[in-house]
Design a protein. Structure first.
Length: 384
């Protein structure tokens, strides 16, 4: 039996697709369908462009530098790289699921595909396997799972599977678990070994235990949620002031990475105020070195929830319930651009026009910008 020849794409084609993904107007699924490529490739090309754009603006090395000095530096670099490659090879081979490691491999004249497969710890057959893009049925299941997770945040995959089966859907638990992972949804119930961190990330304590939160800018919290679209899906991150429920910034992205979380954090700081504490869960986006550097460089202490503890970020969970039931599910956005515009209107209404019962029927903006009028205790930490 003859093997199917793998389709190769030009650099210009990859750049075009990657740039469109970087713009964030369309979902990854829409871009993949339009250009007849796999969604994994779209995400991969987007990441390559994002990571290498800064190199275009770097200064060239100075002319006339001493040749011997350059050679010595190169030998030193080679030795260091040898040590690092050996170390990375051991780590990478257990660093994530097959689908993630497959995205790291691409045609390279200096490194064969066979060698790349060896370095990331997958077989050649595992690399050439092409997974099928998510079907319309799976996209519908993902939307329903999102709705059920909002209604029953304590339910695990077994109960969610049972609910879907009671609705007449032919699903098993394995399928439900896979779709939840793709959505970035972590079921909110206590699990064993809560103190065990993800491999490689720094350990941060939970700083809110027993803490009395008495005014704005004492604690900001951040979280990510899945956004179903008419075709495909996107992700939404928000930064919220814990005391006032005021949403300081939010961002949409068609890929689940740390970059859009950093953009939201930077926009929140651009308002001119800084919290004492930033509280998040232990998701990989919030434990990445780049995100933690953005938080700590602002002089903010990092607090992380115990794994699966729904109570830790309960206020932002209520925000997700509101934005989905009042806007996302109702509007059924067709692409990122219309979602961006619609969500912008919704967040303005949420912050400044809609009274909240928990805030004595004032708005989050009123509590955040005029805290003394709503019982905030004067404290030096409020405008650090």
């Amino acid at each position: 039996m003859s093997k199917t020849k793998r389709k190769r794409y030009t650099g210009a084609f990859k750049a075009k697709v990657g740039l469109e993904a970087l713009m964030g107007v369309k979902t990854v699924g829409q871009i993949a369908r339009e250009y007849q490529v796999h969604p994994v490739q779209v995400t991969q090309w987007k990441g390559i462009i994002r990571d290498h754009l800064p190199e275009l603006f770097e200064s060239p090395p100075p002319a006339g530098e001493d040749q011997q000095q350059v050679i010595a530096q190169l030998h030193e670099k080679i030795g260091q790289l040898t040590v690092e490659v050996d170390w990375l090879k051991k780590k990478v081979q257990t660093a994530g699921p097959l689908a993630v490691r497959r995205t790291w491999i691409e045609p390279c004249p200096e490194l064969s595909l066979r060698r790349q497969c060896e370095l990331v710890g997958i077989s050649r057959s595992g690399f050439y396997y092409e997974p099928v893009p998510e079907s319309e049925e799976n996209l519908g299941l993902m939307r329903r799972l999102d709705e059920l997770n909002l209604e029953h945040p304590f339910y695990g995959s077994r109960r969610l599977t049972a609910l879907l089966q009671r609705e007449g859907r032919g699903v098993n638990r394995k399928r439900v678990v896979r779709l939840l992972e793709l959505m970035g949804v972590e079921v909110r119930y206590p699990k064993r070994n809560l103190s065990l961190p993800g491999e490689g990330h720094r350990i941060y304590p939970y700083l809110l235990e027993g803490l009395e939160i008495t005014g704005p800018d004492q604690v900001w919290c951040s979280d990510i949620t899945y956004v179903p679209m008419a075709y495909g899906f996107m992700y939404l991150v928000a930064v919220m002031d814990w005391w006032s429920r005021y949403v300081l910034a939010w961002e949409l992205s068609n890929s689940l990475d740390s970059e859009f979380c950093i953009r939201a954090w930077t926009r929140a700081l651009a308002g001119g105020r800084t919290p004492l504490i930033s509280n998040t869960d232990q998701g990989s986006q919030f434990t990445s070195e780049a995100y933690l550097e953005a938080v700590e460089s602002a002089g903010v202490d990092v607090s992380m929830d115990g794994r699966g503890r729904w109570i830790d970020n309960r206020f932002i969970e209520r925000l997700w319930r509101s934005v989905k039931q009042e806007d996302i599910y109702v509007q059924d956005y067709s692409d990122g651009l219309t979602a961006q515009r619609g969500l912008a209107r919704w967040f303005v209404q949420y912050n400044s026009r809609r009274p909240h019962q928990a805030l004595d029927y004032a708005t989050p903006a009123e509590w955040y910008h005029s805290p003394e009028s709503y019982g905030a205790k004067p404290a030096a930490w409020r405008w650090k």
